[in-house]
Design a protein around this ligand. Sequence first.
Ligand SMILES: Nc1ncnc2c1ncn2[C@@H]1O[C@H](COP(=O)(O)OP(=O)(O)O)[C@@H](O)[C@H]1O
Ligand SMILES: [Mg+2]
Length: 266
Amino acid sequence: MKGRLDKRLRARWDALIETEGKRLGLGGCRPFLENKLVNDIFYEGTFKGRPCIVKCSSRAPESIANEFELGARLHAKDPLHFPEVFACHPGPYAFVVREKVESERTLADEPDDRYADDVVAIIDALFESEVVFRDILPSNFLIAADGHLKLIDFQFAVDMRTRRIDPWMLRHPEYHFTVFAAVIQGSVAWWDDADYATLLLPSLRPRLEPRIGRMRFEIPLTPLVVFRLRLLALRLRIRRMFSRRDSRKRHAICRRLERLKWLSSS
Ligand SMILES: Nc1ncnc2c1ncn2[C@@H]1O[C@H](COP(=O)(O)OP(=O)(O)O)[C@@H](O)[C@H]1O
Ligand SMILES: [Mg+2]
């Protein structure tokens, strides 16, 4: 967590939510999470009387519009597993409003096989909607009050009809290829949701196996990206030598990079 948002930026968001937000149907918004790497701030409140979450970004505003479009497509396909998306305010200070999922836990807290059918349904809905989600982390699978998993967070999901990559991701290859857990093979990186979902619940492997390779998003690695990833690997290794108390996330990235032998061989 990078700490509190700059005061001026915070005031700007509060004002936007009060004006544009209200015009759209927002009410009673209070912030609950701020200054993440990509998103400035999250609010919770109501949208036309229904509990909602507002996700705001000035760092990657195009990704907010992406979340709105793909989130709506997925909700239309499978309303049980994808929360409704209510509204979007585009522009350089963009926010998206989605249905609040009443949930205390995620698949990270409870990686239980009773959610196997939900995971398979989610993977199938993504496939049928031509979306590669890419961010298959247990924390994005909320366990809702109705007992079903709900998938959130479509900011950097890829619409396979356009294969467009968000400009923020293009500027941050370290995030794109490590935090988003790409598989890197030779000079190509790829994402396959069915393949990654086997890591969520290992018992699912036989059911997911026939779905692996069905829809995969690939990006060729340019020499510049390879160079930046090598620098990252080096920086993380040096930093680890000097600090014993390392964040779990950084450890995970280190391990991932270490597996990529080509990054450390120079
Ligand atoms: N629709 C929702 N219902 C309930 N909680 C939500 C919802 N959307 C987001 N959250 C909360 O906000 C956090 C961050 O949201 P997410 O969209 O995953 O953004 P990030 O890109 O920061 O991971 C989630 O981990 C969850 O705690
Ligand atoms: Mg998330």
